[in-house]
Design a protein around this ligand. Structure first.
Ligand code: DHB
Ligand code: MG
Length: 595
């Protein structure tokens, strides 16, 4: 389907926005009246620019508060509308969005609304202009898509149809299938947005919290499937009012927006068994191949890995890169990343088909990453996530993998043995939603749970993305605005966190200072449930503890270097969380340790 985007989604002036939309690969745009009004370019100049950029002007919007009014008011509304029709002719736009009256309506009568819409349609017809009537969820008398459609049918004009907006349909709790009652020929335009499940007034929710598809809680795949069943063949357009996206880099946000549509079309096509619009299928992670910590000087990182019980598994044949392992958990330490403090710079995933995973990522607009490789070395296909973290895919069995490029490691295993349990990625406020989309679309992870964690620097919003089987779990955190750099960490899961903590202490690893109050609280909450002596042992060793109905969680943290650190965890029974209730204590302790 053709793709379009409303200019209201983006930051900047109209000309900048149009360039960004074209660069991101959209076919067309909805031009917002307010963007045009604020522009110094004439409608003719904007029209010429769109033509030059290869963008169609799919709609001009919005026209507000037309219908459901008394006759004198309607006469003035028509005059106001006529001036906009003039602008549209100069722009070369032939579709006008008319929102249901949310401000001035005083006549609750479908006949009147239909007559007034028909009058505007008749005025627009000789100019070749069509109208798309949209039910705003907060419209005074018309707030429901089927109601708007009834009025359109009552008016019975060939150049009058309806505009469906997923937000107004889904925010009202409608089943997306209701739109199948609408004749596809009467749907003149479709706007898409996602949104988080919030319990708030619908106007504020719509104006500030819409998200691109794949970033919220709306059943948009079902919405598009239903839409296809109506026979609608027009563009899929994004209309996302969001305070963050209106402040972020316009080129990046347009690319981010375009990725969300590619992902959605692919999901809907897959759900309906269609091949049209499909990109290479997802390659769910079968395992975590490695995590890379990069930086100019990683001596401290390596000392900590050693104290944690990692084994030095060799240096790379040709690069200042070293490998550390704890059983099946592999951390690559890369001093080629000279420009930065230690940080989590890369992530390697094992998949069935690395080339397919890469092709999908490229189709979703992720830029390819090139690394210098030498004869006989493996060149893993890789892309950059929006924040620059590099993602690598491998489909080779371990014996044939890149691991063979590392030489001179110690033979004996270290004290710590486990697997990578989760990779916790912190993001700044303007990167968070984009990171959720990337994890869902490119890494094929699904959304698990969202929570808010109070920390000393502010509330930390957290969204867990994971494979169903849990081999890859990525909690995505929104760093508080005061945080210097969003911290990231990698958690190693072992069978005995208490033994691991004892060994690490003996090896000299500094532990976080955890307040006694924390252990007193554990006594209060769990004293009568846990095995005798456990809580005293946790207190002695400085471990965190959490418990759910079907399991327990023991964990501790190594010191932060740069903006990265390592956690060691043990899951007992069916515990499936991340110790979120301990995060405030951990964050406060890390602050104290770094002060
Ligand atoms: O918030 C609004 O006013 C508004 C305007 C135009 C739309 O298409 C819409 O969905 C909402
Ligand atoms: Mg809309």
């Amino acid at each position: 389907m053709r793709t379009s985007i409303a200019t209201v989604c983006l930051a900047g002036g109209l000309v900048e926005k149009l360039h960004a939309c074209a660069a991101a690969g959209f076919d067309g745009v909805e031009i917002m009246d307010a963007d045009l009004i604020a522009a110094h370019e004439s409608p003719e100049e904007i029209r010429a620019l769109c033509a030059r950029l290869g963008l169609s002007i799919d709609m001009f919007q919005p026209f507000r508060d037309l219908e459901g009014v008394d006759e004198p008011t309607f006469a003035r509304n028509l005059r106001r509308a006529e001036a906009k029709l003039d602008v549209m002719e100069r722009l070369g736009a032939d579709l006008l969005l008319v929102c249901s009256n949310a401000g001035t309506a005083t006549v609750d009568d479908d006949e009147v609304a239909a007559r007034q819409l028909a009058a505007l349609a008749d005025l627009a017809a000789p100019r070749g202009i069509r109208l798309a009537y949209e039910a705003l969820a907060w419209g005074r008398y018309v707030d429901d898509p089927l109601h708007a459609y009834r009025i359109v049918r009552l008016a019975d004009r060939p150049n009058l149809g309806t505009c469906l907006d997923s937000f107004h349909v889904l925010s009202r709790g409608h089943d997306p299938r209701v739109i199948e009652e609408i004749d596809g020929d009467a749907i003149f335009f479709v706007q898409l947005s996602d949104a988080p499940a919030l319990d708030m007034d619908v106007l504020s929710w719509s104006r500030h919290h819409r998200l691109f598809p794949g970033e919220g809680a709306f059943p948009l795949t079902d919405f598009v499937s239903s839409l296809v069943r109506t026979g609608y063949a027009g563009p899929l357009s994004l209309e996302v009012f969001n305070d963050t996206f209106r402040q972020t880099d316009v080129v990046r946000t347009a690319a981010h927006a375009r990725r969300s549509l590619t992902w959605l079309e692919d999901r809907a096509a897959a759900a309906d068994g269609r091949s049209e619009g499909r990109i290479v299928g997802p390659q769910p992670a079968r395992g975590v191949d490695f995590v890379e910590i990069g930086g100019a000087d990683l001596a401290e990182v390596e000392r900590i890995l050693e104290q944690l019980g990692f084994a030095f598994a060799g240096r790379h044949r040709s690069k200042p890169v070293r490998l550390w392992t704890a059983g099946a958990a592999r951390i690559i330490v890369n001093e080629q990343r000279r420009e930065r403090e230690p940080g989590l710079t890369g992530l390697g995933l094992t998949v069935d088909d690395a080339a397919a995973a890469f092709a999908r990522a490229r189709a979703l607009g992720a830029p390819q990453v090139y690394r210098r490789t030498y004869l006989g070395e493996q060149d893993l296909p890789a892309v950059a996530a929006p924040d620059g973290t590099e993602v690598f895919w491998s489909d080779r069995p371990e014996e044939a993998s890149w691991i063979g490029e590392f030489v001179g490691g110690v033979e004996a295993p270290g004290a710590l043995s486990g697997v990578i349990d989760h990779i916790n990625l912190g993001y700044r406020w303007h990167e968070f939603d984009e990171a959720v989309l990337f994890a869902g679309a490119v890494l094929s992870l699904s959304t698990e749970s969202a929570s808010d964690v109070p920390g000393p620097g502010g509330l930390v919003r957290s969204q867990v993305m994971r494979t169903e089987d849990g081999v890859l779990r990525v909690p995505i955190n929104l760093a508080p605005p005061t945080a210097a750099a969003p911290a990231r960490h990698v958690a190693i899961r072992c069978d005995d966190a208490i033994a691991a903590a004892r060994a690490a202490r003996a090896a000299g690893l500094p532990f976080l200072p955890i307040p006694d109050n924390y252990y007193d609280d554990l006594e209060a909450r769990f004293g009568d449930m846990v095995e005798p002596g456990l809580l005293a042992e946790l207190r002695e060793l400085g471990l965190f503890y959490d418990r759910e109905e079907d399991g327990e969680f023991l964990h501790f943290y190594a010191p932060v270097t740069g903006d990265v650190f390592v956690e060691v965890v043990e899951r007992r029974g069916g515990y499936d969380g991340y110790g979120a209730s301990n995060a405030p204590v951990r964050l406060a302790a890390q602050r104290l340790a770094q002060a």
